[in-house]
Design a protein around this ligand. Structure first.
Ligand code: G
Ligand code: MN
Length: 254
């Protein structure tokens, strides 16, 4: 299918991006936002990975969607000079030998400093072609784009990724955070943080919902936190208001 036809087959008008703040470990400062895709019609809701598969099943359509998300997120991020913007990128994108060049070109067009962008490699899909992925990731990191492994611990590939590709950050999956009151989850979270710190990586914990989880994660040594305790994903205008007021989404005592 020609690219224009693919673009037209996706109803981009029905989509928008919402942004979930990531805060410093003490919860006092927003440091970044993660772009999350939202469907506006028929019922407004966040897009799940399963939706993307059914709505955009053709690989070319999924790729067009990913570029739409990247461009929109980078464009919105220009309004928030103090924040990093994180965008979820599937492993397949890193197999494209021109991915880094296209991305850097897009950043130049949009006018966003590459240091302000972080790509979260979604762990669900395995990187098959490490040579291409590595070339892209090296080229992007050389220009300042940061790389995070998303949902760390849930895929079968976590440790292989750490061995084979240089990354800047791990995002501890919310399934581990949900259970930090239990010995087993707490041990796993401590081990992941120790591993990340030994490799010199930053750590974000996802899915932080309670003060108890916040206290645990801060004491355990997470650098950044993300979750409903601080803020759900909100429209771009709400992030602009948070940035302007200098207020964290929620004050919390850790
Ligand atoms: O895998 P990824 O990190 O991209 O997942 C983001 C998803 O996690 C979004 O669908 C978002 O709605 C959800 N999410 C964000 N914060 C929380 C939280 O505190 N609790 C739960 N259960 N889900 C969350
Ligand atoms: Mn993510």
């Amino acid at each position: 299918m020609p690219e224009a036809a693919i673009r037209n087959s996706i109803v981009f008008d029905d989509l928008t991006l919402h942004y979930q703040p990531q805060v410093s470990a003490d919860g006092a400062r927003i440091v970044a936002v993660e772009a999350l895709l939202r469907v506006l019609r028929p019922t407004p809701r966040l897009v799940t990975p399963a939706d993307v598969l059914t709505l955009f099943s053709a690989p070319a359509a999924e790729e067009a969607l990913d570029w739409w998300v990247l461009r929109r997120a980078c464009s919105d991020a220009r309004g928030w000079p103090s924040l990093t913007v994180s965008v979820n990128v599937v492993a397949a994108r890193f197999h494209d030998p021109h991915f880094a060049d296209r991305l850097l070109e897009m950043l130049a067009e949009v006018g966003l400093d590459p240091h302000r962008l972080e790509l979260e490699i979604v762990e669900g899909a395995y990187i098959e072609d490490f040579d291409s992925a590595l070339a892209n990731i090296n080229a992007l990191r050389a220009r300042g784009v940061r790389i995070a492994i998303d949902d760390f611990g849930t895929g079968y590939s976590s440790l292989t990724y750490l061995l084979k590709i240089p990354v800047d950050k791990l995002k501890i999956d919310k399934s581990f955070v949900a259970g930090v009151g239990l010995m087993r989850s707490a041990a796993i979270v401590h081990a992941v943080i120790a591993l990340a710190r030994a490799l010199g990586l930053k750590i974000t914990a996802e899915g932080v919902e309670t003060d108890e989880q916040h206290r645990f994660l801060r004491a355990a040594g997470c650098h950044f936190l993300q979750g409903w305790l601080f803020s759900k994903a909100v429209p771009a205008e709400t992030i602009s208001a948070m940035v302007e007021s200098g207020q964290p989404p929620r004050r919390s005592v850790a």
